[in-house]
Design a protein around this ligand. Sequence first.
Ligand SMILES: N[C@@H](CCC(=O)N[C@@H](CS)C(=O)NCC(=O)O)C(=O)O
Length: 283
Amino acid sequence: MSEDYVPPKVWTWNKPSGGTFASINRPVAGATHEAPLPVGKHPLQLYSLATPNGIKVTILLEELLEAGHSAEYDAWHIDIGKGDQFGSGFVAVNPNSKIPALMDHSASPPQRVFESASIMLYLAEKSGGAFIPKEPSARTEMFSWLFWQMGSAPFLGGGFGHFYAYAPVKIEYAINRYAMEVKRQLDVLDRHLAQHAWMAGGEYSLADIAIWSWYGSVALGRAYGAAEFLDVESYAHVMEWARRIDARPAVQRGRKVNRTWGEPWEQLRERHSAADFDALPKP
Ligand SMILES: N[C@@H](CCC(=O)N[C@@H](CS)C(=O)NCC(=O)O)C(=O)O
């Protein structure tokens, strides 16, 4: 880490980079070990963790169930800190080795689905287009915001979150660069939400769930301990929208699934039936 660093002609992987998650970072894909995945009793098998990308899917599944759709699922805990995402079974479901990953055993042959927005669209379409606006213009707007989230959040997580919270040293240049971008993104949302109650089509949709899982987590002080640093309260419309979504029962359930940190009543390591939530300790 020095101002004199000159990149070599060809990069080689010759020393650990340091920082949180350094032990699981590597420059090659594929499985590192044999590890078949467990399969439960429901057609939908989710392999995940309650990170912002993970809760997009568990919140949607809980919303689908709450709305009366047939979406019962088993959610298995994938410990990305220990490298479960590099097991042979997981890699067969997601060759990109990232949570969330889904298998639908009701399809013939069973269907794998990876990338959180792809999983959301798969589940919503399987449920007759639930949480996707029907009117064509609103539907297009919803897709635009959903893909905005997929393109923007890596700057929030991999960029800002990494350098603010996880890097082994605080690099002012990197933190400034990504704080600037994240604040711009929060302003994009704030200006939109000043004019619209929901992200698209005047209704709660996949776009709200996906964007809330990232930007709502930051706004509500649940990611990177950065709420004050980013002055989130100055984005009043984002805050109001984030709190409104946070109050939804399905959101509260979905956030707990595959969670192994925080308060004991928020941690449902694995979910196999609706009754699992009732077994959690009370606050
Ligand atoms: N674009 C992917 C990103 C998924 C992702 O980055 N997942 C992280 C956790 S939030 C992960 O599994 N990281 C493990 C690793 O990088 O090895 C999606 O939206 O599904």
